[in-house]
Design a protein around this ligand. Structure first.
Ligand SMILES: CC(=O)SCCNC(=O)CCNC(=O)[C@H](O)C(C)(C)COP(=O)(O)OP(=O)(O)OC[C@H]1O[C@@H](n2cnc3c(N)ncnc32)[C@H](O)[C@@H]1OP(=O)(O)O
Length: 442
């Protein structure tokens, strides 16, 4: 049984303040990390999609009040990537900018921070994004190697230097892969894939169910690409050596249950259910959303696309972090007296197929809904035809600091295309948290 309880902010605390609108947004194509640093750093990616986004606005880039950017794996040449991106985007020396990090929630945290600033009257126009280049995740030396380098550095005489050099062991050169460390929770000592395995076990998700979900995810994304549903959110990215990236390149249109069934478990061999085929991919990408107050809308004659109605963050054991969307979305639904059926479209970030399916099962589980969510009745079954309608991170990839931003951007676009009134974008967060936003089409 899952041991956690829903902690909810009070209604009075969250439902006051000025309306906050989503005006526009753009992202790069998501580019699969292929075992070596990709062509773009996080700031490069943020600038690639930020430039065309800013150029099409009726106001000057310096008219923003603030830039907020989510980024998990900040590289050492780009400390505070938000500020570097703002400067490279021509927003001016006086543009304040800060970077937020809440693991996989970072790209949504930037939107939520902007939402709360504007709602409270502290700002009128904010550029909020996420940028991640997982292909650039660092390699570390192990501790013994760092100590050896330090002793070599300290050696002042020739004799000391020779002594230090003689102490070198070839094993010191074996790197520690920063990405693997970053995707492992240090408190429960489980990597993210193992947390999905735990949910598969707790909620009895079969390998076939996870694979079926993954096949559907690839096929929805492929259809969205073919039909041009993603064209109004993707801006091409141009590398310095002339490569042009126009499409998300992780999609495998030929995915089938037979092919996926052949893949070995990635995290709990030999019997685990989480494989490379039903996990989110390791990917580079960036996304931005522009948020504005009513004053800014009137001042610049903007056309709002959506209004942010509410947001919620929740926390639970890191070992079951994948249930974060259930907690945070339910808190919002309770506050607005909504049921699963009242939400027209859902974006649940696909960290793992088993994790998304566990969320759906949790909402339909009487004991879970009673003991964890404090509900008399289960929330019920979600209609999967309104969930991740154009695929998700299994096919697209999951640049961790960006995905939360992308799902909000995409939800708004999908609500307009399908003429749907409201939607929830939600995600699980490594370390044991969840984030959700309730969005309404304007
Ligand atoms: C809070 C959160 O959001 S937690 C989530 C955070 N993110 C993560 O934890 C990342 C999870 N994912 C991973 O760690 C990695 O993707 C792994 C370890 C599962 C797999 O890594 P890789 O082996 O590099 O995966 P890769 O995508 O290259 O697939 C390996 C092979 O599987 C096979 N494969 C994968 N997907 C498919 C598919 N849909 N159909 C057929 N074959 C497939 C292919 O043979 C592929 O090799 P190829 O690309 O040479 O053809």
């Amino acid at each position: 049984m899952v041991q956690t309880t829903l902690h909810q902010h009070s209604e009075a605390q969250v439902l006051q303040g000025r309306p906050v609108y989503i005006i526009d947004g753009a992202r790069t194509p998501f580019i699969k990390a292929r075992g070596k640093p990709g062509p773009f750093t996080p700031v490069d990616l943020a600038v690639q999609c930020g430039r065309p986004l800013l150029l099409r606005q009726p106001f000057h880039p310096s008219d923003f009040d603030e830039v907020i950017l989510g980024c998990v794996s900040v590289i050492s040449d780009e400390m505070n990537p938000a500020r570097i991106a703002a400067l490279r985007l021509g927003m001016g020396d006086s543009m304040p900018a800060f970077t937020v990090q809440i693991n996989c929630g970072s790209g949504m945290q930037s939107i939520d921070t902007a939402y709360k600033y504007i709602r409270a009257g502290n700002a009128d126009l904010i550029l909020a994004g996420g940028a991640e280049a997982l292909s650039h995740a660092p390699l570390f030396f192990r501790r013994q190697a760092v100590e050896w380098f330090a002793s070599l550095n300290r050696a002042s005489s020739l004799a000391q230097k020779i002594k230090s050099l003689a102490a070198f062991k070839p094993g010191y050169l074996k790197p520690v892969i920063g990405l693997l460390r970053g995707l492992t929770d240090p408190v429960v000592e489980m990597n993210m894939g193992q947390t999905a395995e735990k949910l598969a076990y707790l909620f009895d998700i079969t390998r076939q169910q996870a694979d079926e979900y993954a096949v559907a995810s690839h096929s929805r994304l492929h259809r969205a690409q073919q039909e041009g549903f993603l064209q109004n959110e993707i801006e091409p990215a141009f590398s310095s050596c002339g490569q042009v990236f126009e499409h998300d390149d992780g999609v495998r249109p030929d995915s089938s249950l037979e092919k996926l069934a052949k893949l070995s478990p990635a995290f709990e061999p030999p019997h685990g259910k989480v494989t490379p085929g039903n996990s989110s991919q390791i990917t580079d990408g960036a996304s931005w959303v522009i948020l504005a107050s009513e004053d800014a809308v009137n001042r610049y004659k903007l056309e709002p696309r959506a209004i942010i109605k509410d947001s919620e963050w929740s926390a639970l054991s890191p070992s079951i972090m994948g249930l974060g969307p259930v907690l945070s979305s339910t808190a919002i639904m309770k506050r607005h007296q909504l049921t699963l059926d009242n939400i027209d479209l859902w974006e649940i970030n696909e960290a793992f197929a088993a994790q998304v399916l566990a969320c759906l099962k949790a909402w339909n589980d009487t004991d879970f809904c009673k003991s964890v969510l404090g509900l008399e009745q289960p929330m019920g079954e979600m209609d999967q035809s309104i969930l991740n309608v154009d695929g998700g991170a299994i096919g697209l990839g999951h640049p961790v600091g960006t995905s939360g931003n992308r799902i909000v951007l995409h939800l708004v676009n999908a609500m307009h295309r399908l003429d749907k009134k409201n939607g929830i974008a939600t995600e699980c967060i490594g370390g044991g948290q969840g984030g959700a936003m309730l969005i309404e089409k304007v």
